[in-house]
Design a protein around this ligand. Structure first.
Ligand code: 2PG
Ligand code: MG
Length: 381
């Protein structure tokens, strides 16, 4: 594939923050998202000198001398993660990959791919994704069962709309989930009962998951809940938090629990009930060294995959392969500040990733779901 022209420019993400877009041969464009509840060990999105500086560097670089034929060829750009920032490298590699694939990335990477991921849909949210004082838990996630991806998306959207209506919720978090002023316990109880009810009335099989994003309310060695139950604040120790989460898994039938403890507590993670999916996001930050540590300590049985946390599609792929070897479930994920780029949908299919967390509502989320519906159609044909 020949790069005749490569142009980088600034765009805005869904949170109206500055983001980078790369366009190749006037045809293939890609961009990178940004997080709000970022893990301490993520690579920098942009260099200290800022996004403008990164864009200038890319636009001055001579890409014509590089050869790109296969996925592994993207590795040469990993050398620039530090100097240009992780988001710059991810946007560059994504655009080049799209150009190599002539737009159909999943097929280029894995023409034999057959399986679609299950969408984890953020229904009610809080934490760092709201400017208002709201629920401490960042995401209450719907995990639907159905024969096709399209049906799963439909179920998630219907349940989301029904819950919004029933609780009279209108305001939305950064990633399109409803904002509620109820307490954590009230919401957990409501959601569990609601899932039981829709199973009876509609026949829909939807499980409940949560992203606790616990680092966000961990201060001075304690977990600080603003509204644990009926407007009661609660400050709990590490030991108590471990007990609380294990009880929640049992009492509310949680099938998926992301970042239940702060981002350095590998040993605490190992004390959680691993019959359910215990997932590391801020804990691991798509970083292979932290992942190896998590495996050694038996901390997780699931891992969030976010390319811009590590700043490279190549390194992301290595991690996905390593997870499969170690029988750790993977969940590829959007960021709260998203763009219209649906490349994670293609990577999910090509790399046989069983789950995709990409929201339910909002054009930056829906484009990724729609892309997967399109891929499902292509696979069936
Ligand atoms: C998360 C993500 C996405 P952010 O914590 O999993 O939902 O949030 O992009 O703000 O890190
Ligand atoms: Mg998370």
């Amino acid at each position: 594939m020949q790069i005749k022209e490569l142009k980088a420019r600034g765009i805005k993400n869904s949170r109206k923050e500055a983001a980078i877009e790369v366009i190749i041969n006037k045809k293939y464009s890609a961009s990178a998202p940004s997080g709000a509840s970022t893990g301490t060990h993520e690579v920098r999105s942009f260099p200290k000198k800022g996004i403008r500086y990164a864009i200038e560097k890319v636009n001055k670089y001579n890409f014509k001398e590089l050869k790109f034929e296969k996925f592994k060829d993207l590795e040469i750009l990993d050398a620039y993660i530090k100097s240009w920032g992780g988001n710059t490298v991810v946007a560059l590699q994504s655009a080049i990959l799209k150009a190599m694939a002539k737009g159909n990335v999943w097929k280029f990477l894995n023409p034999k791919a057959k399986v679609l991921p299950t969408p984890l849909g953020n229904c009610i949210g809080g934490g760092a994704h709201t400017k208002l004082e709201s629920i401490d838990i960042q995401e209450f996630l719907l995990i639907p069962k159905a024969k096709t991806f399209k049906e799963k998306v439909k179920i998630n959207r219907k349940v989301y709309d029904m819950i919004g209506k029933q609780l009279k919720l209108k305001k939305k978090t950064d990633e399109g989930a409803f904002i509620s002023n109820e307490s954590t316990i009230t919401t957990l109880k409501f959601m569990t009962e609601y899932m039981e009810q829709i199973k009876k009335t509609k026949g829909w099989d939807v499980s409940l998951g949560v992203d606790i994003a616990a680092s966000q309310f961990y201060k001075k060695g304690k977990y600080n809940y603003r509204n644990f139950w009926e407007n009661e604040k609660r400050i709990v120790s590490r030991k108590e938090q471990i007990n609380i989460v294990n009880n929640w898994i049992k009492d509310y039938n949680l099938k998926y629990v992301e970042d239940p403890l702060e981002e350095e507590d590998f040993r605490g993670f190992a004390k959680l009930n691993q019959k359910t999916l215990i997932c590391g996001d801020d804990l691991i930050t798509t970083n292979i060294d932290r992942f190896k540590k998590a495996i050694t300590k038996k901390a997780v049985n699931a891992i969030i995959i976010k390319p811009n946390q590590i700043g490279s599609l190549v390194k992301t792929k290595e991690l996905v392969d390593f997870a499969r070897k170690n029988r750790i479930k993977t969940i590829i994920s959007h960021r709260s500040g998203e763009t219209m780029d649906p490349i994670i949908s293609h990577l999910a299919v090509a790399w046989k990733i069983p789950y995709i967390k990409t929201g339910i509502y909002g054009k930056e989320r829906e484009i990724k779901l729609q892309e997967l519906i399109k891929i499902e159609r292509q696979i069936k044909a």
